[in-house]
Design a protein. Structure first.
Length: 647
């Protein structure tokens, strides 16, 4: 089975401020040369050795950011063996150990390591090009449910405004953030004062994932495109934002609704939710039908982003909102999924009650840049930090143009593919189970009174919940960002450990005291923290082993250590976990990455723990109940141990 895409970054790097650099928002925009759209193979502009450096803040540190290191063989394979111990029987572990030892003692291991070190010397990142293609661009399945993610904006932030007015506010804030990015005056994200790689910001606006064979292409159009594409009733409209305030944008959105509500559109956007090869062929066919179709697709793909104005009754529960933001739809039935969307791009989504959210296209950006955009949008509006109506000198001199409908001319073949895609996507999403869980018993304020890492605590809650349901550790992926390195993206924190297994076994054993359970918890938490540090320093297991295996040439035998059943089993991510925490979100989520697994997003609030659960196992609610029970159980054990004289 090919590598599946992995979820959004956890271990979020907080920006200097959600509103940092706002005072620069009216500075002129730096515009790169216009790039031409191709009907088949757009210019590939995401390879290694393409990073930019500048005297302006956003990219000023790019030339000083260190390159991704290549870990030593002994370090990686020692950690790898350690991560196998909670998953295997003694006999299986002994077999895997012999394969590890055999590999490390072979000349071929040194050859592969030398090849990787040579690659690292010749590129800005030895991993970036491989990873972007293998985990994202080369993936040919559906990006919904398998790649993209969603944010649920906190309910009530729009203060009861109408749909078009709320959408206009969000677009105004987005335009201000785009000015900061385009002018490069936005402050870079930092961790402990160290700037992170900001290369991915090139794909935040005016960008799209373009379907091609054998792999998709990330394509960034010129920054000098100031339009958004507004989607209503499966119809697409181009609305210019330059020099436009809230009132004019809201009026344009009202016009879109009047025009769109009379007749449903062609539904071409559903193709973006299909198999990537199906979409590639369909896109090329549609472009071949008419020059206007090429212009229509370019208008969508070059937009700042999409604004989806959903019709029909607004989803009321967190689950219903999550379904709509994740998979689209004018209702919650499988037949309604994929409605009113274009998943190859970032999308702001506003329902008929004026509540909003975001769907993120994941191929070139992980969660921190898009969360920063969303926090900027929501915080700047709530705090009145941006002008919703522009000052006289910035206003466009002429009235805003009527929304221009983007029309696709389809023949019978194209219409048939659209209908087949609707049916197929509905069937795919019918297999999915989703549950948003908000535990309000406590959050990081209480966790910190026990002097431990909130993230380690949250991960042990997951291990305990899964252990109670299945009687064994969960093979767990926690995403850790590596943007402290040039072109860095993610590394895996392997959360299941011998220590977490011992802790879970003690929690299930009535004979073990609370004080002893607390000691075992702290050992498990310490181990998790240590692995998290390794991962953040690009010293984890998975990316290095991936790189070594990639360098086995045609005709050479793949080392037995990579054929070992334990190798595949230890990376069969039953729990695909990732943390993004924000006071501006009611939750967020993404799909599971293995057929029998769970997508398990989470957020740690001051007084809450929130999970987004997706699965094909039809037991998302059951896991949610187990997580809440495990969270309460861990708190009670730690409190009793504290009273009994524990740490």
């Amino acid at each position: 089975m090919p590598l599946r895409p992995f979820p959004v970054n956890s271990r979020i790097a907080r920006p200097v401020s959600a509103l940092s650099g706002l005072q620069h928002s009216t500075m002129p925009i730096a515009v790169p040369p216009k790039r031409q759209l191709s009907t088949s193979q757009p210019v590939k502009n995401a390879n290694a050795n393409t990073h930019t450096s500048s005297s302006k803040p956003l990219y000023a540190s790019q030339s000083t950011i260190p390159h991704l290191p290549v870990p030593t063989l002994s370090s990686t394979f020692h950690k790898y063996y350690e991560t196998l111990t909670p998953l295997l029987t003694p006999t299986q572990l002994k077999h895997s150990k012999s394969l590890i030892d055999s590999f490390l003692s072979s000349e071929f291991s040194k050859t592969l390591q030398s090849r990787l070190e040579a690659r690292a010397k010749g590129k800005d990142s030895w991993l970036s090009e491989w990873w972007n293609e293998t985990a994202y661009m080369g993936y040919r399945g559906r990006i919904i449910p398998n790649v993209s993610y969603f944010y649920i904006h906190k309910k009530g932030l729009g203060k009861g405004e109408k749909q078009e007015e709320r959408a206009a506010e969000l677009v105004r804030a987005t335009v201000e953030f785009k000015k900061l990015v385009d002018s490069e005056l936005l402050e870079p994200e930092k961790v402990k004062g160290q700037p992170l790689c900001m290369e991915s910001y090139h794909y935040l606006f005016n960008a799209a994932r373009i379907p091609t064979k054998p792999a998709d292409i990330p394509y960034a159009h010129s920054q000098d495109n100031h339009h958004v594409v507004v989607v209503r009733n499966n119809r697409y409209f181009k609305v210019d934002t330059k020099g436009r305030g809230k009132a004019e944008l809201a009026q344009a959105f009202r016009e879109v609704k009047k025009l769109a509500d009379g007749k449903e559109g062609s539904g071409v956007g559903i193709l973006t939710a299909d198999d990537r090869d199906v979409w590639t062929d369909a896109r090329n066919h549609i472009i071949s039908l008419s020059p206007s179709n090429k212009a229509a697709i370019e208008a969508v793909e070059s937009a700042i982003l999409l604004v989806c104005l959903d019709d029909g009754p607004a989803p009321s529960s967190d689950d219903a909102r999550a379904w709509s933001l994740w998979a689209g739809g004018h209702d919650r039935s499988p037949a309604g999924k994929g409605f009113n969307r274009w998943f190859d791009k970032h999308q702001i989504i506003v329902d008929s009650n004026g509540e909003s959210g975001f769907n993120g296209e994941h191929s070139m950006l992980d969660g921190t840049p898009t969360l920063r955009l969303n926090e900027f949008m929501l915080a700047s509006i709530a705090q009145g930090k941006i002008p919703l109506e522009l000052p006289e000198g910035e206003k466009a001199k002429s009235p805003i143009a009527k929304p221009e409908e983007i029309v696709f001319e389809l023949d019978d073949k194209a219409k048939k593919v659209v209908e087949e895609s609707k049916k197929g996507f509905g069937e795919e999403m019918k297999l999915q189970d989703l549950k948003m869980v908000n535990f309000t018993g406590y959050g990081k304020e209480l966790i910190k009174t026990h002097k431990t890492s909130p993230d380690a605590w949250a991960q042990m809650v997951k291990q305990l919940a899964f252990f109670r349901l299945h009687g064994r550790p969960a093979i767990t992926y926690e995403s850790c960002q590596t943007r402290k390195f040039l072109l860095g993206r993610t590394e895996v924190i392997r959360s299941a450990s011998a220590e977490s297994k011992a802790f879970c076994e003690a929690m299930l054993d009535s004979k073990v005291s609370d004080v002893e359970r607390e000691k075992l918890f702290r050992k498990a938490a310490s181990r998790h923290i240590q692995y998290s540090v390794w991962a953040a320093d690009a010293q984890g297991v998975d990316r290095h082993m991936f790189g070594l295996k990639k360098l086995v040439k045609e005709g050479e035998d793949v080392p037995e250590v990579f054929k070992d059943e334990a190798f595949g089993r230890s990376s069969h991510w039953e729990l695909s976990t990732s943390q993004l925490s924000s006071k501006f979100l009611d939750g967020w989520g993404y799909g599971e990455v293995v057929e029998d697994g769970y997508g398990l997003s989470y957020a740690i609030g001051d007084n809450s723990l929130t999970w987004g659960i997706t699965t094909k196992n039809n037991d998302a609610a059951k896991l949610g109940e187990a997580l809440c029970a495990a969270a309460e159980e861990l708190k009670e054990v730690m409190e009793r141990a504290k009273k009994a004289g524990g740490a």
